[in-house]
Design a protein around this ligand. Structure first.
Ligand code: DGL
Length: 294
């Protein structure tokens, strides 16, 4: 016979592990910090019925300037955590993590770690649509140093649209500008214009630009201000959401594994006070997070 102590132990242990006794199987949405909230917002708008679990690795953000090995190690650790928290499907809502860790996780880790679970990224759904939008066949990509040096966008675009010419530009100051809430600052214009000019100087025929970083949609007004009006800007929230809707249609077995309880839980590896303060800027709504120890 088990005594009350045993049940108390089980309860406390599962609480500490953030593995509740509920039967929820949320869709995991992972980012290095706040930026993935712009993606989550788009996903929840289109698929509000599912349960979601957002994890921001704020304690170790930004990922953008980190090495391939480090981004892979951190991302894998967070994916394992989301699996342990009953996520059957995890979206890497971070371009840098998608660029540097996704392929390894899908090909090397998943088969032994959790062969029936799935991890998806944000680069593929974006590259799938870009060819339909560009009329000149010349596309620009703006991203972190990590995303740009990985060459993931040109490689993936070439798979769907080999005829398209791609030029990239890393904008290392743009994430700190957003994180420090300097978006409306006049000096921000200097950094925005500098990188847009650099990109367009590489190729005057660019007519479509991918905002290949979760933070950049917050700079969209400033970006538009310094671009010719005929250039189309691609923000990822809606595109990734469309991609997920399509994926769940093609893989109904995954959709069935994820529970539908209209809930969203937010976790951060850093201070919840800081997370909650900044998160609403990215998510557009108040957020109440919990701390997660990796
Ligand atoms: N979330 C990252 C991305 O989309 C930007 C922030 C970071 O560098 O960690 O690339």
């Amino acid at each position: 016979m088990y005594g009350i102590g045993f049940f108390l132990f089980v309860y406390l242990k599962t609480e500490n592990n953030t593995n509740t006794l509920s039967t929820k199987k949320p869709i995991g949405v992972f980012d290095s910090g706040f930026g993935g909230l712009t993606i989550l917002k788009g996903i929840v708008k289109q698929l509000p019925e599912y349960d979601y679990l957002y994890l921001g690795d704020n304690a170790r953000a930004p990922y953008g300037p980190r090495s391939f090995e480090t981004v892979y190690e951190y991302t894998l650790e967070c994916v394992k955590k989301l699996f342990a928290m009953d996520c059957e499907l995890v979206i890497l809502a971070c371009n840098t993590a998608s660029a540097k860790a996704l392929r390894n996780i899908q090909q090397k880790d998943l088969p032994s770690l959790a062969p029936n679970k799935r991890v998806l990224g944000v680069i593929r759904p974006t590259t799938e649509v870009v060819g339909k939008l560009s009329k000149t066949g010349h596309v620009g990509v703006l991203g972190t140093i990590g995303t740009v040096t990985s060459n993931s966008y040109p490689i993936e675009i070439a798979k769907f649209y080999p005829e398209i010419t791609v030029h990239q530009e890393a904008c290392p100051m743009w994430v700190p500008i957003v994180e420090n809430n300097e978006i409306e600052n006049e000096s921000t214009d200097v950094f925005i214009k500098q990188h847009l000019d650099n990109l367009l100087n590489k190729d005057k025929n660019i007519d479509t630009i991918i905002l290949g970083c979760t933070h950049y949609p917050l700079l969209i007004n400033k970006i538009k201000k310094h671009l010719p009006a005929n250039i189309t800007l691609l923000s990822q929230g809606e595109i990734v959401a469309d991609g997920l809707v399509d994926y769940l249609k093609r893989h109904p077995e995954m959709g069935q594994k994820c529970t539908k309880g209209n809930s969203i839980e937010f976790y951060t590896t850093d201070s919840t006070t800081n997370f909650d303060k900044a998160a609403s800027m990215f998510y557009g709504k108040e957020v109440k997070s919990k701390h997660l120890e990796l």
